[in-house]
Design a protein around this ligand. Structure first.
Ligand code: PEP
Length: 260
């Protein structure tokens, strides 16, 4: 069978990830996960949700035995020790965490995370057996200045540089900053053209580039998911707002199933 990227058997399953950000409560998580599991069946794509860390114990219980895997929104760049407030990759692994978002634009912006910090975090996650979801994306000002390609390549190249031969184990998420939480989604053509740039950058680093999943994130929702996921280099989605409503998240999973 020819894979999505035109290579024999090269394509991985689609991946749909919910980033809950700083939302939720014990009661709300319980209700959301129950509704999600009631409607998910056996998906043809991989699915994960990333709650705030404080809920990891609750969530690993709720998701046990289900097709939905557990992710987190951040990981410490340190292994252990005097780093007040940090949570290490090994600690996350104790709770069955499978994916860690690193370099989300909100952390780059509010926590001053640099490309190098993000690359180290990806390395820590990989060393613990957690798949990093490396976020890259340009601001509106950068897009308008014609710098989109330069910015996303710079952000990804730091991760490639530090993680060398492990690079085929990562997931990349293209998240234009101007599209996050704004309702202003990138058009499928805008997203595809950046995904193609990222794909060729990964191809230059590994012969296994076709198995690296490149997700789109930025106001993806039940109405626009199918069109975005139909693009040749869009392998899934990183979903914020729409992941907080089970019905909407299930529709996005349904679109990924249909395009598998
Ligand atoms: C995100 O925060 O990763 C995101 C894509 O958010 P939203 O879907 O709400 O734009």
């Amino acid at each position: 069978m020819t894979g999505k990227h035109g290579k024999e058997g090269g394509m991985s399953r689609r991946l749909i990830v919910g980033n809950w950000k700083m939302n939720g409560s014990l009661a709300a998580n319980d209700a959301l996960v129950r509704d999600l599991l009631a409607g998910i069946g056996q998906p043809a794509c991989d699915v994960a949700v990333c709650p705030p860390n404080i809920y990891l114990a609750q969530m690993s219980g709720l998701l046990a035995g289900s097709p939905v895997e557990l992710g987190v929104q951040n990981v410490s760049m340190h292994e252990s020790g005097a780093y007040t407030g940090d949570v290490s990759a090994d600690m996350l692994k104790d709770y069955g965490v499978r994916y860690a978002i690193v370099g989300h634009s909100e952390r780059r912006q509010y926590q001053a995370e640099s490309d190098v910090h993000v690359a180290i975090k990806a390395k820590r996650a990989l060393a613990a057996g957690i798949t990093p979801i490396v976020c890259v994306g340009e601001t509106l000002r950068e897009r308008e200045a014609g710098m989109t390609e330069f910015i996303v390549k710079r952000q990804l190249s730091a991760v490639i540089h530090l993680n060398g031969h492990c690079i085929s184990e990562i997931v990349v998420a293209y998240e234009p900053v101007w599209a996050i939480g704004t309702g202003q989604t990138a058009t499928p053509e805008q997203a595809q053209s950046v995904h193609a740039v990222l794909r060729s950058q990964i191809k230059a680093a590994t012969e296994h580039a076709d198995r690296v999943r490149i997700l789109y994130g930025g106001s993806m929702n039940a109405a626009n998911a199918a069109e975005l996921l139909a693009q040749p280099d869009i392998d899934g989605g990183l979903i914020g707002g729409a992941a907080l409503k089970a019905a909407d998240f299930l529709k996005i999973i349904g679109a990924a199933n249909a395009s598998a």
